[in-house]
Design a binder for this molecule. Structure first.
Ligand code: ATP
Length: 202
């Protein structure tokens, strides 16, 4: 499973459609200050399901939409598409039928985000799980923000453990356990209600 292309449209400074082909080996992005290098990494994190505006250096999620410039009006939506080469068939189960996966996230002003995998509507959770099970994703330690190394050095042990868990690919399991616990607690509440009803009928 290998990222092969990133397409941006209306995302931050990338107002026009921009295709970034990710070749084999190491990819470097160079350019003058403020040209959008960090925006590219943020687009990658965003399409993988990042939902904290602060991680996108914004106050709200809609701040990722091109806000306008002297010569261009603001856009109404932003879209990022990530193409994944799955020739090696290492995608998590449920996604392994195709040799190519395209994950698309679009945000429209006042309408929120929606996600698609290979053209089919999916939930944010499905996208987050796909990447968590593949040991990558919006919180992957492979994506290093400016200032993150010093944050990690000063981090509490619990935060450091989370980084190791992401790298070991078990964060998806924690999410599933959390969801199972919520379902269990809802079932217990229902059982208590049923007991009350039986008691009233008896
Ligand atoms: P540096 O080398 O200084 O870290 P960089 O190449 O990483 O810079 P970025 O921080 O990715 O650059 O890009 C910053 C640019 O993106 C700024 O010019 C900023 O105005 C622009 N920008 C950010 N959000 C938006 C937005 N929503 N609409 C339009 N432009 C935006």
């Amino acid at each position: 499973m290998r990222f092969s292309k990133l397409r941006l449209n209306g995302f931050k400074s990338f107002v026009d459609q921009t295709d970034l082909v990710i070749g084999d080996g190491l990819t470097g992005v160079v350019g003058p200050n403020g040209c959008g290098k960090s925006n590219l990494l943020e687009a990658l994190r965003w399409v993988m399901g990042e939902n904290r505006p602060t991680a996108m250096r914004g106050g709200g999620m809609e701040d990722v939409i091109f806000a306008g410039a002297a010569t261009r009006g603001a856009r109404n939506y932003a879209e990022v598409a990530l193409t994944i080469d799955n020739e090696d068939r290492l995608a998590p189960s449920g996604f392994n039928d195709s040799v190519m996966l395209e994950v698309v996230r679009r945000i429209t002003r006042d309408a929120g985000s929606n996600y698609k995998i290979n053209g089919k509507d999916v939930r944010a959770r499905d996208v987050q799980m796909l990447f968590a099970d593949a040991s990558t994703g919006a919180h992957s330690p492979a994506l290093v923000r400016q200032g993150q190394i010093s944050e990690l050095i000063n981090a509490k042990p619990r935060a450091r453990r989370r980084v190791l868990e992401e790298a070991a690919g078990i964060s998806g399991l924690y999410q599933r356990r959390h969801e199972a616990e919520l379902r269990l607690s809802a079932a217990e509440t229902n059982l208590t209600r049923v007991d009350d009803v039986i008691e009233q009928l008896a």
